[in-house]
Write a protein that binds this ligand. Structure first.
Ligand code: 1GP
Length: 260
């Protein structure tokens, strides 16, 4: 019951909001349980011990490995907040600190707009986990993404800022608490700065940006454009040592902002 009460405090969402109010940017490392195991996992865990991101996101469009096993290890070894970023209802586990309850608003597949949610809603609520309703917008990242394929939906064209904006506003008006602008894992191009800017100028909820962010220059562009939280996965799968650069960059960006 105590755990339930703690979880109901919405501490993850509060952390996102309070940093946003202070103009401080956040970074999350996305771990895909299929890739993040054995020696690679050991390496990542030891890197995360010294270079701690604001969050670790766990999930993926298509997963064959147990999410719980990965979360167990992360919780044992690290103090970082673990946020579930599920590709479908089967990936739900109560062992994370919060759940992004994603509705794929850019698509027109009822299954990913509300179907998976109905299947899992009661069991999610019973656990008392912090749930963050999130407007999930897939944007074309230059190649077919797993999200597009697995959800059988089309992404928003990357230059159609007004479509992205109307979609995000619809999410806000439906009561969603976050917008996740997604170019797809391993995208050739991250979401364009002017699309992020358009949303950031017109929304009152925080914006997460992810997909195809491979350099600190791209991270800076996303922050400058108004992203509150940037999620990076692939770049760290190929080069785990980049974690230090990205986290160092974010800390420095926040210090410079504070003294501006
Ligand atoms: C994918 O937004 C995340 O859902 C992160 O993408 O793996 O390309 O960093 P990358």
């Amino acid at each position: 019951d105590e755990i339930k009460k703690l979880r109901m405090k919405n501490s993850i969402y509060k952390k996102i909001l309070s940093n946003r109010e202070k103009g401080q940017k956040l970074i999350a490392v996305l771990l895909d349980p299929d890739c993040c195991k054995d020696a690679h996992l050991t390496n990542i865990v030891s890197l995360l011990k010294t270079h701690t991101p604001d969050f670790v996101f766990v999930g993926g469009s298509h997963i064959n490995t147990s999410i719980d096993t990965l979360i167990d290890i992360l919780k044992k070894e690290l103090t970082v907040d673990v946020v579930l970023f599920p590709g479908n209802a089967n990936q739900f586990t109560k062992n994370a600190d919060a759940l992004l309850f994603l509705s794929l608003l850019s698509g027109r597949n009822a299954e990913f707009l509300i179907g998976q949610h109905v299947n899992s809603a009661k069991s999610i609520k019973d656990t008392g986990i912090e749930v963050i309703p999130t407007a999930y917008l897939l944007v074309d990242g230059g190649k077919t993404s797993s999200v597009a394929y697995m959800s059988n939906t089309m992404p928003i064209p990357r230059d159609k800022n007004e479509i992205a904006l109307s979609t995000a506003i619809a999410g806000e008006l439906l009561g969603m608490r976050l917008v996740y602008l997604e170019a797809g894992s391993g995208a050739d191009f991250p979401v364009a700065a002017d699309m992020i800017q358009t949303l950031s100028a017109n929304l009152s909820i925080p914006i997460i940006v992810g997909g195809g962010v491979k350099t600190t220059e791209q991270l800076k562009q996303a922050f400058d454009a108004g992203a509150d939280l940037v999620v990076v996965g692939n770049a760290f799968e190929t080069n785990p040592e980049k974690i230090a650069d990205f986290i160092g960059f974010t800390q420095n960006y926040n210090v410079v902002k504070k003294t501006d």
